[in-house]
Write a protein that binds this ligand. Structure first.
Ligand SMILES: [Zn+2]
Length: 278
């Protein structure tokens, strides 16, 4: 599974790095099923800057980009009373780019600053805890580079939301990449990016959090302790299974800290009969 995931990832990276962002690689408003923008609520502007945001909520792998954009538009035009989604581009957790508000209109914001004269790009995730995926970084770099060319935006006019008003957006794990782009390093952003290890290191390799959850679920399943799906989401069922596993085997494995995750990873390779039924 791990090897397969790596091959797929390498393949995707090859595709991303050899092509620039074109109209075909951006999911258009038509294809995600956008409703028309409510023009009476929006103002025209001219583009001088680029601002990067995060969505500020955890990445949602159960929904497609199209579903997320339709949801955001419904919320924006309904509860928020905005003309459209507040951002001009949305980059989902996999790096797929969706077309947001038409570029000729100024964006909208929940915070006290003027969003006009800026292209607003949002990346899905809460980057004070999560880290942007490699796909998101590649897409952001390609998109920002092409927008800079198209609208003659100099690098020093690339900023994060927090540069304009008090907010934690775009999060501590995305901000350094915004700084790199502002320093003129957009074109090699993706190739120089090393994602921080979020799960645990074991045997010299980094395992992501979702990957560890998936391995733990597989382990618990193989010992008859887990009856749920192996999906990498560590919910109540997974927690209960691990608790039962620990109780039956006199162990104290956990997924709550990097150290405990590393210990658990090591245990997956151990042989011996374990069960939940004694
Ligand atoms: Zn923001």
């Amino acid at each position: 599974m791990r090897t397969l995931a790596k091959i797929v990832l390498v393949g995707l990276l090859a595709i991303v790095s050899t092509s620039s962002v074109t109209a075909q690689t951006i999911v258009s408003r038509d294809s995600w099923g956008a409703k028309p923008g409510i023009t009476s609520r929006m103002k025209n502007h001219s583009i001088k800057e680029i601002v990067i945001h995060h969505t500020g909520v955890k990445q949602q792998k159960k929904y497609s980009l199209k579903q997320k954009l339709r949801g955001l538009q419904g919320f924006s035009q309904g509860k928020k009373n905005w003309g459209d989604v507040p951002y001009h581009f949305y980059i989902d957790m996999h790096g797929e780019i969706g077309e947001g508000r038409e570029l000729k209109y100024s964006g909208d914001t929940n915070t006290g600053y003027n969003p006009a004269n800026r292209i607003h790009i949002v990346l899905e995730g809460h980057f004070d805890g999560e880290v942007p995926s490699t796909g998101q970084i590649s897409s952001m770099a390609a998109l920002v580079g092409s927008l800079q060319n198209r609208f003659s935006v100099p690098s020093h006019k690339i900023s994060g939301h927090m540069d304009h008003v008090s907010t934690d957006c775009p999060g501590e794990n995305l901000l350094p990449l915004v700084r790199q782009m502002a320093a003129g390093q957009t074109s090699d952003l993706a190739s120089s990016y090393v994602a921080p290890c979020t799960g645990a290191k074991f045997d010299g390799q980094c395992f992501g959090l979702g990957e560890i959850y998936e391995m733990a679920q597989t382990h618990l399943l193989s010992h008859g302790c887990y009856a749920g799906v192996v999906d990498g989401d560590w919910g109540p069922m997974s927690r209960a299974s691990l608790k039962a596993y620990n109780a039956a085997n006199g162990t104290s494995f956990s997924v709550d800290s990097e150290n405990s995750r590393a210990r658990f990873l090591e245990h997956f390779g151990e042989t011996g009969s374990r069960s939940c039924s004694n």
